[in-house]
Design a protein around this ligand. Structure first.
Ligand code: CAA
Length: 304
């Protein structure tokens, strides 16, 4: 498929973040997967002046991602949080349904579903079409970076770049170094995240990294607290929100993230760390089996 630009304007966005000289090596960045995460990553890259090629097998998904970006950019512009006009930002985003159109990218960030088989297939294909200098990053929330990297011939140029949802709003990017990730790859990735206006933390490659290693057991425990009849969902959430200064309670947050995602991450922690303290709560499993996955299905712990 031919690359399509959404606008002809190509003005650069200003960035206050410190950007070392070698960041110029990352002129064009590919994003694979135009879902909530991929679309958000593409948007924030474009906001920071980077040319983006957004790829997805589904043309409808690409259209939807552009509409979502347009809405989000509009909100940010209205509030004065974005100085550039949204069409100019969107002008830096090209879309494609073919991975071969990413051949000119200096870095590709993969943000497809949490399927190791799918991710591996995509990385193998990218490894074959990308130039030798190009970096590969995965937005996986829990799969081992070292294992994904080992399916390519550029493990030194492979890294984890874990964005938080919603990407345009959340400040953090968790950077995960695989066993063979080079210092240069790490520095470039960190500089890019900073150029995108994000703060970074660095994690070694162990199940759940930093954020999900700590967040998911708390959410899982909230489900045990509910299952054991200790308190109602509203009281569990109010207890944690008002008692520990969290912006929302763990069950509300679980509905926001998606209960299927929470369950999948708990399974990775349980399997990867081999400790029974990470066993997924049966009530969390039950919600997922019922198809009550949270906000996205209109029903999770709460009804929306
Ligand atoms: N683009 C631009 N602006 C957005 C936006 C987007 N995508 N989403 C929300 N906003 C803005 C809204 O316009 C609004 O701005 P104002 O306050 O200036 O009016 C503000 O954000 C709040 O939005 P809303 O009032 O619509 O809704 P809300 O009060 O529910 O807040 C939220 C939205 C800030 C995203 C809030 O729901 C929240 O904090 N959610 C939890 C986020 C979180 O913890 N994410 C991390 C999850 S863990 C993870 O991602 C890792 C993993 O691997 C699972």
């Amino acid at each position: 498929m031919t690359l399509k630009s959404t606008s002809s304007e190509t003005t650069s966005a200003g960035s206050k973040a410190h950007t070392p000289a070698n960041i110029d090596a990352l002129r064009t960045v590919g994003v694979v997967g135009a879902g909530q995460m991929g679309g958000g990553i593409a948007q924030v890259l474009a906001q920071s002046g980077v040319n983006v090629v957004l790829s997805d097998v589904n043309p409808e998904g690409l259209k939807k991602a552009l509409l979502t970006m347009d809405r989000s950019l509009g909100k940010l512009f209205e509030k004065g949080k974005l100085s550039e006009h949204p069409p100019a930002v969107l002008g830096r985003v090209k879309t494609t349904t073919s991975l071969s159109d990413l051949a000119g990218c200096d870095l590709v960030i993969e943000a497809v579903n949490e399927s190791e088989e799918l991710k591996t297939r995509i990385f193998k294909e990218l490894d074959a079409v990308l130039p030798p200098h190009a970096l590969l990053a995965s937005n996986t929330s829990s799969l081992p970076i070292t294992r994904l990297a080992s399916t390519t011939k550029r493990a030194d140029k492979f890294i984890g770049m874990h964005f938080m949802n919603p990407v345009p709003i959340m400040e953090l990017v968790e950077i995960i170094r695989g066993h063979s990730t080079s210092d240069e790859t790490y520095e470039l990735t960190r500089s890019l995240a900073e150029k995108m206006g994000k703060k970074t933390v660095c994690s070694q490659d162990f199940p759940g990294f930093i954020v999900n290693r700590i967040l998911m057991p708390m959410i899982n425990e909230a489900f045990y607290t509910l299952m054991e009849g200790i308190a109602s969902p509203a009281d569990i959430d109010a207890g944690m929100k008002l008692g520990t200064n969290q912006p929302m309670g763990p069950l509300t947050l679980a509905d926001f993230i998606g209960l299927d995602t929470c369950l999948a991450i708990m399974k990775v922690l349980h399997e990867g760390l081999g400790d029974s303290k990470y066993r997924p709560c049966p009530l969390l499993r039950k919600y997922v089996e019922a198809g009550h996955l949270g906000r996205k299905t209109g029903r999770g712990v709460y009804a929306y």
